[in-house]
Design a binder for this molecule. Structure first.
Ligand SMILES: C[S@@+](CC[C@H](N)C(=O)[O-])C[C@H]1O[C@@H](n2cnc3c(N)ncnc32)[C@H](O)[C@@H]1O
Length: 254
């Protein structure tokens, strides 16, 4: 099984379900790959199981967790074992670099972003969440505690822009209704998926909540789905092709 601790997320203890729940979504991938521009060499930091790595360019992947490295498919390049804050590359080694849904795990965000900038000649791409932005996603109605957790973990997107030198484009990411990368907001139209523990276990936010909150949310959601209360309140989202949420693509050009 994956983590059970409420003291934080442990990538080393994830089971095989992770690779089922967290995969490259083609719509999100298109946006990331377009932002890579003409880059031929790409560094992927916090690369995990290889999601979103382009297949038509030379990729170097960096991933500190042995478990995550071992779950990379045979088609992906093996990942180098190191962290963002000390990248073992010379200045300007890569045409572009990317860090997807990982910077909130870095103990020293500023240093990690400075390292990305140092080793990259062209664009540095970061996909993250802007905890202060508006969202149509409803989870905070069930777990107000989640808002505090996410604000602490992600902070304002300006921190990422600043860490990349102060100049960057910040684009909303269009999350589709059938998104196959099951981070929380991706399930906006499929609330039933939150009732599956392996799906929640592949979403790190749950592990940061106070004891008892996850069980409370799951019970409330299950009751509301059974009674129809969820559909009365949010059912319109079931047919909405995309959600306005807090996911952002930050592009810092050289
Ligand atoms: C949610 S996963 C994202 C993986 C992949 N980028 C993706 O989009 O599927 C976050 C990853 O960040 C990695 N990570 C955690 N701390 C890190 C650090 N200090 N430097 C680089 N990567 C780190 C974790 O091991 C994990 O694989």
């Amino acid at each position: 099984m994956g983590k059970e601790s409420k003291r934080g997320f442990d990538y080393e203890s994830l089971d095989d379900e992770y690779a089922v729940s967290r995969r490259t979504d083609p719509v999100i991938a298109r946006q990331i790959h377009a932002a890579l521009g003409a880059a031929r060499s790409v560094l992927n930091v916090g690369a995990g199981t290889g999601s979103y790595e382009p297949e038509d360019r030379h990729v170097v992947a960096v991933e500190p967790s042995r478990t995550m490295r071992s779950k990379r498919p045979p088609s992906a390049v093996p990942a180098i074992a190191c962290t963002a804050d000390e990248l073992p590359f010379d200045p300007g080694s890569f045409d572009a670099s990317m860090a997807v849904l990982t910077v909130h795990h870095w103990p020293n965000l500023k240093r990690g972003l400075a390292e990305l900038r140092r080793v990259t000649r062209g664009p540095v791409l970061v996909v993250s969440f802007d905890a202060g932005a508006d969202t149509e996603f409803w989870m905070a109605d069930y777990a107000p505690e989640m808002t505090a957790v996410e604000e602490r973990r992600y902070g304002p997107i300006a921190r990422i822009v600043d860490g990349l030198g102060g100049q960057a484009e910040v684009l909303p990411v269009a999350v589709p209704r059938d998104c196959v990368d099951w981070f929380q907001a991706a399930l906006y139209a499929r609330p039933e998926l939150f009732l599956r523990k392996p799906v929640r276990d592949a979403q790190s936010a749950w592990s940061h909540l106070p004891d008892g909150v996850e069980a409370r949310v799951v019970h409330a959601l299950a009751d509301d789905l059974e009674s129809g209360a969820w559909d009365e309140r949010y059912g319109v989202l079931r047919s909405q092709p995309r959600i306005r949420c807090q996911m952002r693509l930050v592009i810092a050009r050289s």
